[in-house]
Design a protein around this ligand. Structure first.
Ligand code: AMP
Ligand code: MG
Length: 524
């Protein structure tokens, strides 16, 4: 196994001088050295061949003893110095001080085909940032991270990737629902891959400590390596940098809203500075379209991180990022402008995205009413988001809108209770489809052309919450076939896959209130 190792983060930024693995507050540093914990009896559960190729490995490497050792934490690669990053963050709206990589250890950076990749183990044991926890991860949350990272990538959503999923062979104690029923679960380690794992919180902790020196170094480092288009220096470069982070974050959120992804814990320490989806914890996928839905039971009261609130939270987080790097610029207007722009720009991008989901050709503002009305209708009765948009492409613009709802055809499959489709609900849909049909008749696309375009943005397959749970339940019994099956299917989420038609269905009733399906805690 040959990796082209080219470390920068731990070479160019200040290190915590203490090498001991004790939990502590770390000052004047961007990271602390940390060595992965040796697993008891590691076993490879699944690896992504694509991600392996992306970093310069092949399918033989994946099968090697060396791969198993390195990506389970058993062996440290030569000429590397693994480390945990120091960051802080706002958790559920409150400043939490130092957080840091409590169970993530960055192994190394590799460069392959001119692209830099940081390799990071999640669940590889304690670091100086572990606070009161054990630094470990369990199989269920690791399967969820591995499957979802790759599913998101193939959906075209900016995300960190996942190279491998390993069982450690160790047992980990978890109180899954925080209700006093702790039990042992199987320990696991995922190797995440991303150009960088720097978060908003990396900047925030330095600003909170008034460590301007390290803050400047970190910001310069980030711009130098990950924002190469920025050619200016000093203040100018920091303003450009912030604007670019705003754009990338916005882009990511529009994608989340497009596919029905709810992150679940959008704390500032869980937002990547590169605008990548990061930290797959108690995330979930909308099944019934519901702007108020959050999968995270820890957030059940406030629902801060509910689907419909994600754009607002992104803006809130960006405001706190602005506060963190403000001392480098010492002028408020550039930040204010960037933040003010967010709302306008978001509305524009969101509208374009929804127009694409509806197969409408772009045109300014005229479809806002149609989209608002659609969103209201989707809330009238439980309606599966994925099925609705996918099957909407079957609608033909010549079709007669009848009063019985026959015109709905395959779209009817999206309704959880078809019997609800009467009276006011049916009337609202008839009304909407009359308007939709009229818009379509003004468009030049044929039904077939429109369908093809819609199918590029409306996935047929997403990682429904219950699907991940089925994979987990089987894996817990050492059967990894569902992990494999779902992983393969989600590589082509926009394709019709006859053999996978069974996964293109509404959430089964048993999963409605099941733990792991609609209810997830932060325990992982
Ligand atoms: P998150 O769940 O991503 O919001 O994590 C918040 C903070 O808790 C981060 O600093 C994590 O590294 C840390 N953390 C979460 N789980 C563990 C764990 N099992 N052991 C140590 N630190 C953890
Ligand atoms: Mg986190």
């Amino acid at each position: 196994m040959k990796l082209n190792i080219k470390d920068t983060f731990n070479k160019e930024l200040p290190a915590d001088p203490i090498r001991e693995n004790t939990r502590r507050q770390v000052f004047d540093a961007a990271f602390s050295y940390a060595t992965p914990r040796k697993p008891g009896r590691p076993k490879l559960v699944h690896a992504s061949e694509e991600v392996a190729k992306m970093i310069g490995l092949d399918s033989e490497d994946i099968k090697s003893e060396e791969f198993l050792k390195v990506f389970s934490g058993n062996k440290v690669l030569e000429n590397t110095d693994p480390y945990a990053m120091c960051y802080g963050g706002h958790q559920f709206g409150n400043w939490a001080g130092q957080l840091g990589d409590g169970r993530a250890i960055n192994l190394a950076e590799v460069v392959y085909e001119d692209q830099r990749w940081a390799l990071q183990l999640k669940g590889a044991g304690e670091t100086p940032y572990s606070r009161t926890a054990d630094g470990l991860a369990v199989l269920r949350s690791s399967i969820r991270e591995h499957l979802c990272s790759e599913a998101m990538f193939h959906l075209g959503v900016p995300t960190t990737r996942s190279l491998s999923l390993m069982l450690t062979g160790d047992q980990v104690m978890r109180d899954m629902l925080y209700d006093g029923n702790a039990d042992y679960e199987k320990g696991a380690v995922v190797c995440r891959v991303s150009p960088s794992f720097i978060r908003f919180g990396n900047f925030q902790i330095l600003a909170a400590r008034k460590d301007l020196k390290t803050l400047t170094e970190l910001t310069d480092y980030t711009i130098r390596h990950f924002f190469p288009k920025i050619k200016s220096t000093g203040k100018e470069s920091y303003i450009e940098f912030f604007n670019e982070v705003v754009d990338r974050t916005l882009e990511m959120i529009v994608h989340w809203q497009r596919v029905g992804f709810v992150h679940g814990v959008m704390n500032t320490d869980n937002l990547s500075i590169l605008g990548l989806t990061i930290d797959y914890g108690p995330y979930g996928w909308l099944e019934g379209y519901d702007v108020d839905w959050t999968p995270n039971t820890t957030d059940r009261g406030q629902k801060r991180y509910r689907f419909g609130n994600q754009p607002r939270v992104a803006l809130w987080n960006l405001m706190h990022l602005a506060n963190a790097i403000y001392p480098l610029v010492d002028e408020a207007p550039p930040f204010k402008n960037a933040l003010d722009n967010f709302q306008k720009e978001y509305d524009k991008k969101y509208l374009e995205m929804m127009q694409a989901k509806l197969g409408l050709e772009k045109r300014e503002n005229v479809d806002q009413i149609l989209i608002n009305q659609l969103q209201e209708n989707l809330l009238l009765t439980e309606t599966d988001m994925t099925i609705f948009f996918r099957n909407l492409a079957d609608f033909k613009k010549e079709i007669m809108i009848d009063s019985e709802g026959e015109f709905l055809g395959s779209i009817k499959n999206a309704f959880y209770q078809p019997k609800d489709l009467k009276g006011k609900v049916l009337e609202a849909w008839i009304d909407w489809f009359i308007n939709y049909k009229e818009k379509l008749s003004n468009d030049s696309l044929s039904n077939e052309e429109r369908k093809a375009k819609m199918n590029e943005v409306n996935p047929k397959y997403v990682l429904r919450n219950y699907m991940a749970q089925l994979a987990i339940d089987a894996a817990d019994k050492d059967d990894f076939s569902i992990v494999n099956e779902i992983f393969e299917m989600l590589k082509n989420p926009y394709d019709e896959q006859i053999e996978n038609e069974k996964w293109f269905v509404k959430r089964p009733e048993w999963a409605r209130h099941k733990v792991g399906c609609s209810m997830l805690s932060c325990s992982s």
